[in-house]
Design a protein around this ligand. Structure first.
Ligand code: TRP
Length: 455
């Protein structure tokens, strides 16, 4: 069924879409990937991937959504009735639901850390552990994550907060929340960045982050950079098909895609400009940012070396919570749009139908970091299995099917029509974008998908 919801203003549309893109992927995953793959070399390849592949695929998703005017599955059905392309949307919905099971848990951790930063508990010494040492924060993190009730209750609170916004609908919920939260996020980011520039070894940190050593660019670096670009721009899971269906007829898709991608990249780069000067200034280079270590261990350590740790830490965790919540909302919206469109459900029942089972699933995911860590699937905990299955298999597969569809099987003129708003605006980029989607993107995703299965 067609949906009638629309974003009400240009700014609101950008805020909501940037809200989806800017998430844990920018603040957490990006610096960890940068550190693991050679600093500036990774950054360079990442920027190229965003512009060459991210923007065209984003335009593809927007086009399917706005032309199909429905959710991730039914948009395909309406555009190509009787054909199996809706499977791409179906994979997207399954994948988004699985992502939610651990994204909500981590979002819950950020709320706990925000609470502990404001109350000062985060920086209180632990008996028997040297004050200010890495162990102080690493131990605290391990203990917290493995606990039973606190992480689970914070996960429920996160689901409740997202549910409240989602129940209010597209304009009054998602758009209004993004209009308030996204400017706040940018403001905090800039304050933290100015502060980081005043650290003693800021210049060394910036050099590591910005001065590329070209010999470090390897196939593995390229694959990781592409994966990061897709995740960070919310591609391959039907999120932007769903948001695209809320765009107005006169929205300039190309301008929107560039604005969203540049802002998303700007956030990742600003986060790098905060973390690397801190790491250099306080001698934390030897630490690994892997897993939860960066956000919940390294950042608190950096703040602990500054004056007034509580202030910086509280600002940072507000930033992280805002980023996590607006992205969680967009991931949940994929399923909610499907329920309300396909089964003709009202907004509130559709939201409940999606979020209530999630309470149980994400509780299991939370417990799998502690008491249920023995429950494993192919050697992964429940939390780890959902992460690996989505990032390594479902997301690339969904994106591959979509790229093949757009390049070869979509109705003639679909992209051209969407990129020029039915011929009313000129768009010099339409031809190169369609060329990339037809020839380069499917091949590239296929190569990466196959290589990653063997790596
Ligand atoms: N882009 C978000 C981040 O950086 C996460 C996200 C939201 C996402 N919607 C998505 C990732 C859709 C993949 C697909 O954290």
């Amino acid at each position: 069924m067609a949906n009638n919801s629309e974003f009400s203003s240009k700014l609101g549309l950008i805020a909501a879409t940037v809200g989806s893109a800017v998430g844990l992927g920018n603040v957490w995953r990006f610096p960890a990937e940068t550190q693991a793959h050679g600093g500036a070399a990774f950054l360079l390849v990442y920027v190229a991937c965003v512009i060459l592949f991210g923007v065209p695929v984003m335009l593809g998703e927007f086009s399917i959504g706005r032309a199909g005017k429905s959710d991730a599955i039914d948009s395909y059905r309406r555009l190509s009735p009787g054909k199996p392309w809706w499977i791409s949307g179906f994979l997207g919905i399954v994948c988004s639901y699985l992502i939610l099971t651990f994204y909500m848990v981590v979002s819950g951790w950020t709320l706990e850390y925000l609470y502990q930063s404001i109350s000062g508990e985060l920086f209180a010494p632990i008996p028997g552990v040297e004050e200010g040492s890495n162990l102080q924060f690493a131990d605290r993190m391990q203990e917290y994550v493995a606990g039973v009730w606190p992480p689970m209750i914070w996960t429920w609170i996160t689901i409740g907060l997202c549910g409240a916004v989602l129940c209010m609908g597209v304009q009054k919920g998602i758009e209004r929340a993004s209009n308030i939260l996204m400017p706040l996020l940018f403001l905090i980011l800039i304050i933290l960045c100015v502060n980081a520039m005043n650290l003693p070894k800021a210049a060394e940190g910036l050099e590591y982050f910005f001065k590329p050593d070209f010999s470090k660019i390897t196939p593995k670096v390229c694959i990781s950079a592409l994966g990061q670009a897709f995740f960070s721009l919310s591609l391959g899971m039907g999120t932007l098909i769903t948001y695209g269906s809320y765009f107005r007829k006169d929205t300039n898709l190309t301008r929107t895609a560039f604005t969203v991608s540049l802002l998303d990249m700007a956030v990742a780069i600003l986060v790098g400009m905060i973390i690397f000067p801190g790491v250099m200034s306080f001698g934390l280079q030897g630490e690994s940012f892997d897993g939860s270590a960066l956000v919940f261990v390294t950042f608190p350590e950096i703040f602990n070396n500054m004056w007034c740790p509580q202030l910086w830490s509280s600002l940072f965790f507000i930033l992280l919570a805002v980023a996590a919540l607006t992205s969680s909302i967009s991931i949940a919206e994929v399923s909610i749009a499907y329920f309300s469109g396909h089964f003709n459900m009202k907004r509130v029942p559709a939201t409940c139908a999606v979020l209530l089972p999630l309470v149980l699933l994400s509780s299991l995911s939370s417990l799998s970091n502690g008491v249920l860590s023995d429950w494993t699937i192919c050697g992964y905990t429940i939390f780890g299995a959902c992460d690996a299955l989505t990032a390594n298999i479902l997301m690339p597969l969904g994106a591959l099917i979509m790229a093949v569809y757009l390049g070869w099987f979509a109705p003639k003129g679909l992209m051209q029509d969407q990129l020029t708003n039915g011929g009313t605006i000129r768009n010099r980029l339409a031809v190169p974008v369609m060329f990339l989607l037809k020839w380069v993107t499917p091949l590239l995703i296929l190569v990466i998908f196959i290589t990653s299965l063997f790596m």
